[in-house]
Write a protein that binds this ligand. Structure first.
Ligand SMILES: C[S@@+](CC[C@H](N)C(=O)[O-])C[C@H]1O[C@@H](n2cnc3c(N)ncnc32)[C@H](O)[C@@H]1O
Length: 144
């Protein structure tokens, strides 16, 4: 069984739709290693500055963007397992996306699909894939 790192998700804006909030909550309860920090939406440039200002030294920023790298779920699990510290910080932008400066500062961009999703849907998809990754590393039956 491989260990699962602590991960942080910085998300711009709230999940307003109850059915999506409920879904995110289900995976959050199953994944105590995940902390979600929400910041208020403004402009991508201001949001980017705020996100960069709350990062700690050594944090590894992973920006969620449809332009990023795609993984299989098993590949994503191995990527997480290889992150040898508890410093992974994922960031999901607002409807206007991530600022160029934030994308530049990210050590990597992660795509959930080449298609574009609302940020609330992207949050649910990411937390499910993080939970799935944990179950893959634990060898449990969730991932088939
Ligand atoms: C409506 S999208 C913004 C789309 C905008 N055109 C852009 O340039 O990012 C809102 C946020 O959801 C996330 N997102 C949406 N679709 C995604 C995907 N396929 N892969 C990864 N993240 C995605 C991104 O973080 C994005 O900033």
């Amino acid at each position: 069984m491989q260990s699962f790192p602590k991960v942080k998700l910085i998300a711009v804006g709230k999940v307003k739709k109850g059915w999506l909030r409920e879904g995110v909550e289900v995976y959050l309860q199953r994944l105590p290693e995940l902390e979600i920090v929400e910041i208020k939406d403004s402009t991508p440039a201001k949001e980017g500055d705020q996100i960069l200002s709350i990062l700690k030294g050594g944090d590894r920023l992973i920006g969620l963007s449809e332009e990023g790298q795609t993984f299989s779920s098993v590949g994503f699990a191995h990527f997480l397992a290889a992150a040898d510290s508890n410093s992974l910080v994922f960031v999901i932008g607002s409807a206007a996306g991530l600022s160029p400066a934030l994308k530049q500062a990210a050590s990597q961009l992660l795509s959930l699909s080449p298609m574009t999703f609302p940020h609330e849907v992207a949050r649910l998809l990411l937390v499910e894939q993080l939970y799935r990754a944990k179950t893959i590393l634990q060898g449990s039956q969730y991932h088939k």
